[in-house]
Design a protein around this ligand. Sequence first.
Ligand SMILES: Cc1cc2nc3c(=O)[nH]c(=O)nc-3n(C[C@H](O)[C@H](O)[C@H](O)COP(=O)(O)OP(=O)(O)OC[C@H]3O[C@@H](n4cnc5c(N)ncnc54)[C@H](O)[C@@H]3O)c2cc1C
Length: 351
Amino acid sequence: MEVDYLIVGQGIAGTMLSYYLLQQGSTVIVIDQYNPFSASQIASGVINPITGRRFVRTWMIETLMPFAAFTYKCLEKELNISILQQAQLLDFHTTPQMHLAFSNRLPNETEYLSIPDDTNQWNSYFNYPFGVGEIHPVWLVNLQRLLQTWRNKLRELQVLIEANFHAHNLQLFSNGIQYEQVSAKAIIFCNGTQAADLPYFQKLPFASNKGEALLLNIPELPRQNIYKKGISLVPWQDDLWWAGSSYEWSYENTLPTEVFRQKTLQQLQQWLQLPFKIKAHVAAERPATLERRPFAGMHPYYPHIGIFNGLGTKGCSLAPFFAKAFSEHLKNGQPLLPEVSIHRFHKILRP
Ligand SMILES: Cc1cc2nc3c(=O)[nH]c(=O)nc-3n(C[C@H](O)[C@H](O)[C@H](O)COP(=O)(O)OP(=O)(O)OC[C@H]3O[C@@H](n4cnc5c(N)ncnc54)[C@H](O)[C@@H]3O)c2cc1C
């Protein structure tokens, strides 16, 4: 089998890159070992333009959010599925200081922040003594449905290999690569946190962290909003609610922990006034980076090996824009943004 690109991994990074490469007429093979506990499979799927304790805009959100919405809408049409929902995020302040921080930011951020008309309307669902603010618009992506449907499409096109990739079977040549039966102009690693184990990329400043979530039944809670008070409650697939998350930088394994379950239960009991049931508890590693910027591009010293990774906490908004940019870079050499191009690490990547 001879193709332009062999892509390793079909999380949101591999999905978006294969989508845009196919769109521009390149040929691809995707190799992915399905993992129900990959970051993309357990993510809540939120694109939130505002972040942190000071309610500031996230990096490049004015460009990334509209482009992401556009891409997910194109995929909805092409795959005949519904995966994108616009929502508002109700931010129930955790302390009087957070209430003040929101109020201070409000006059300068009228595009995304507001105070709901009736701040008492959630009194019967939640306890929120320090008030509530609204972030709008926020997008909600059904990543699991997207990944599953895209996987089926790749199967139909007969370009999916459902297996584990083994780096020791990769052969490099002056004009491309060979992996088992596949020869390609280049191989691109979209394999999430596993990329940090590859000899070509292990020197990149990855800073993977672990996140957990409880999946809940809360039948009486209106599903058009995302609710947040320290933790977030996000309307998720199969009528479930996604409650999370944590950011752990030191952990023995990537399994769900009793500590998270107890802490989250306690938070929910203090905040939520409705009956709920825990249906599942999930955990995964986020492929985050020290500088909080993605890694994209071809290896400076192995020109047939590339990477699209480091999407951290923001795969839903970063993947569409930078997958498109990477596909154009591959096709016609259009430069990648210096902040995401792995050429910024050319010194440490020297073999
Ligand atoms: C708890 C939690 C909540 C999150 N919530 C959000 C959110 O609301 N919004 C948001 O934008 N982001 C969120 N994220 C972050 C988001 O999940 C990530 O940014 C994104 O999923 C990373 O995608 P990826 O494709 O790079 O990696 P992954 O999703 O890890 O995908 C990698 C793929 O490669 C495959 N693979 C790896 N190694 C091999 C191999 N050797 N052979 C074959 N296949 C292989 C894996 O099986 C997997 O399918 C969240 C993450 C977590 C953990």
